[in-house]
Design a protein around this ligand. Structure first.
Ligand code: MSP
Length: 662
């Protein structure tokens, strides 16, 4: 990591087209842990996050809701339960929140676009390509996967329009050189190879304006164009510092960024287009771009359209914010995809947070209260196992720091929990309850409990970036002033006296079987409610589309009883040379075989009919057909379809031929 004392870290700016889900929270929580860690190391940190508020998708959503796009995004960003509320709930310690609709950002973008145009890096041409509306991306033929959008797999449509282009291709060689000379620029390493391969395929210029999306920043010198998503979005990283505007004055202090943290699907924009834009503007390049994997659900990406989003607010309410933060940071291999499941979450909470951490604290505090009335005496005697515990705990800060420097967040948490587990083992080894039986052992008992307090204090300091509210509770129970959870206090023995106070369990143990059963029941109820709602909506839609029905005159039950409706089994079925419309069937009606000709040949093949039970009008007078060549003895019942087709009424195989239909 860079040597300077400032540290600038960014999340992507989120599309506020819908409420954010747990997948979005993952990036932000990871950045938050890094930002907090750097602050504790003494860096002057700028942690930027925000929202990317322009584009077709947002315009469409606003129109559907009958509000302006700005009103729509205001509600999702600033409103109750909106993006800012979610970050507050998750304890996200961002220093600045940028909205791309903020005036200062618009001003910067227009200046950047103008500069690039004036110097020939942006030019006007015609865009021909495939456009994916949900992703707001144009794709070339070779980029499509099976003719669909390579990112989301949805349909694309052909588009051609006048547009401005950024000369990305001009920077191909400089980009390759950048990757070669700065091996840390793209992380993880495997993703770098993907980017190199992409450039080597032949880099194309990037479409940077649209004429059909009014909800965007106008191109200053040609206002029928609006800026097309990426120039607007990527520029946020410098406009938020005051580049090209007077709202802030932090550009010189914080640029270049130390880390841009992004999801793997937008890594390309951040490692190709963004550095190329910065090269064109003659600005320094960020130190690193980290492309993390996705948080998947049952093997698929979470998305509103798939209806499989997990709501972070619901999870935080149920399990606590820190439990969710911990799960995200610990369970998802950084850089790779991770799977979210209720079971994995509950297991993680129980094993690490309740058993290892929670128990260590509660056992230690309880024993100090029980054996020493809450205050450890000064007379303490060292003994067996102490050094091994102290060595493990003392090695922890350097190991955690190394992991964090390399963005290995799960490994960093693991290092802390290794020390916590070591401390739990130390309790078993030293058996304080046995020592307590003999007054003469009290100095030894005091030392054992003191070593545990120091281990917990060191762990609490290092856990603060990950579990900020849990470590406040730990400090309270250990009798530590809140401001003592500092990295410069990471020396074993730095605190010599302890007066503890028992508090609530940090993470109550969850009865996994009961919880999972409850969740499954809730899920089922939700699914049922969703299905009922969908059916209700479908019925409403059908009623709206319904055409008037031509009714026949009313009949009496006696009239109805004159029609003999029965189930019959199709024994043979064949097409006729003389007619494209008719199928000729032999049916067993429960009593005898009869022949029926039915005008369903366009929609059914003989093999669709043979062996099936159908409904027939059995007492229809036999009718000669095909100039008397055949006689049809009844009628097969079928519904009219909207396209003019027919849908035959089939009965299950176990219905006996001859059964009456009423
Ligand atoms: N607006 C662009 C980013 C512009 S940055 C200059 C965008 N927004 S987004 O809201 O669609 O996604 C924001 C981030 O959330 C992306 O990094 C994306 O990878 C991340 N995630 C969205 N769903 C995710 C998961 N299920 N799992 C992990 N991260 C995911 O892209």
């Amino acid at each position: 990591m860079s040597e300077n004392k400032t540290f600038y870290i960014t999340t992507p700016i989120y599309y506020p087209s819908d409420k954010l889900h747990i997948g979005h929270s993952y990036t932000t929580v990871a950045c938050d842990a890094l930002a907090r860690f750097k602050r504790m190391q003494g860096h002057d940190v700028m942690f930027l996050t925000g929202t990317d508020e322009h584009g077709q998708k947002i315009q469409d959503k606003a129109t559907a809701k009958g509000v302006t796009p700005k009103q729509y995004v205001d509600e999702i960003v600033e409103g109750q339960g909106g993006v800012k509320d979610l970050w507050k709930l998750l304890d996200i310690s961002y220093d600045r929140f940028i909205r791309t609709t903020d005036d200062y950002h618009v001003e910067s973008c227009q200046k950047i676009f103008q500069t690039l145009y004036d110097q020939g890096d942006i030019y006007k041409s015609v865009y021909k390509g495939h456009y994916c509306k949900p992703c707001e991306s144009f794709w070339t033929d070779s980029q499509l996967v099976e003719g669909k959008c390579p990112d989301c797999g949805r349909e694309v449509y052909d588009a051609e329009e006048e547009a401005y282009f950024f000369k990305t291709s001009k920077y191909a060689d400089r980009l390759l050189k950048l990757y070669q000379e700065n091996p840390q620029f793209i992380q993880p390493e495997t993703r770098k190879n993907e980017m190199i391969a992409f450039i080597n395929q032949g880099l194309q210029d990037t479409c940077v304006s649209r004429t059909t999306v009014p909800w965007g920043i106008p191109v200053p010198f040609d206002t029928k164009h609006t800026m097309y998503v990426w120039v607007d979005a990527l520029s946020n990283y410098i406009s938020a510092l005051g580049y090209g505007n007077n709202a802030y004055n932090d550009y010189d202090k914080f640029w270049p960024a130390n880390i841009h943290m992004v999801g793997k699907e937008i890594l390309r924009f951040h490692t190709i287009l963004w550095p190329a834009m910065l090269m064109a503007l003659d600005l320094p390049l960020p130190d690193r771009v980290f492309g993390h994997g996705w948080l998947l659900l049952d093997g698929g990406k979470m998305s509103k359209s798939k209806g499989n989003v997990v709501d972070p607010v619901v999870l935080c309410d149920r399990y606590s914010v820190d439990a969710i933060r911990y799960f995200l940071l610990r369970e998802i291999p950084f850089g790779n995809d991770g799977i979210f499941s209720n079971e994995a979450l509950i297991n993680r909470i129980n094993s690490d947070l309740a058993n290892d951490l929670g128990n260590l604290l509660s056992r230690t505090v309880a024993m100090i209260e029980k054996y020493f009335g809450g205050t450890l005496p000064a007379e303490r005697t060292a003994g067996e196992f102490d050094q091994d515990l102290i060595d493990t705990v003392c090695a922890m800060p350097a190991k955690v720091t190394e992991c964090m420097d390399n963005l290995l967040i799960p490994q960093a948490t693991q290092e802390i929990f290794k020390a916590i587990q070591r401390a739990n083992k130390y309790i078993d080894e030293t058996a304080p309850w046995a020592l307590a039986k003999d007054e003469a052992n009290k100095p030894r008992l005091a030392m054992v409990l003191y070593n545990l307090c120091e281990s917990l204090r060191m762990a609490a300091i290092l856990l603060t970036p990950f579990l900020p509210s849990t470590t406040v509770k730990m400090a309270e129970q250990l009798g530590l002033p809140q401001d003592s959870l500092r990295f410069d206090a990471l020396t074993f023995g730095a605190k010599t006296e302890y007066t503890v106070q028992k508090g609530e369990a940090l993470f109550p143990r969850i009865d996994a079987a009961k919880e999972l059963a409850e969740l499954a029941a809730e899920q089922e109820a939700k699914a049922k409610a969703a299905q009922a709602e969908a059916e209700k909506q479908a019925a409403a839609a059908m009623a709206q589309d319904a055409e008037p029905i031509e009714h026949l005159p009313e009949i009496t039950i006696d009239d109805f009883c004159k029609v003999e409706l029965r189930v019959a089994k199709v024994l043979t079925c064949e097409t006729l040379k003389e007619s494209k419309k008719l199928l000729k069937m032999t049916l067993f009606d429960g009593e005898r075989e009869r022949t029926i000709l039915s005008g369903i040949a366009k929609w059914y093949k003989p093999e669709d009919m043979i062996g099936r039970n159908v409904g027939i009008v059995a007492n229809l007078a036999p009718r000669p057909m095909m100039k008397g060549k055949y006689v049809s003895e009844g009628m097969v019942m079928a519904a009219d379809m909207p396209d003019g087709g027919a849908s035959v009424l089939f009965f299950p195989d176990d219905v006996k031929p001859g059964s009456g239909i009423h």
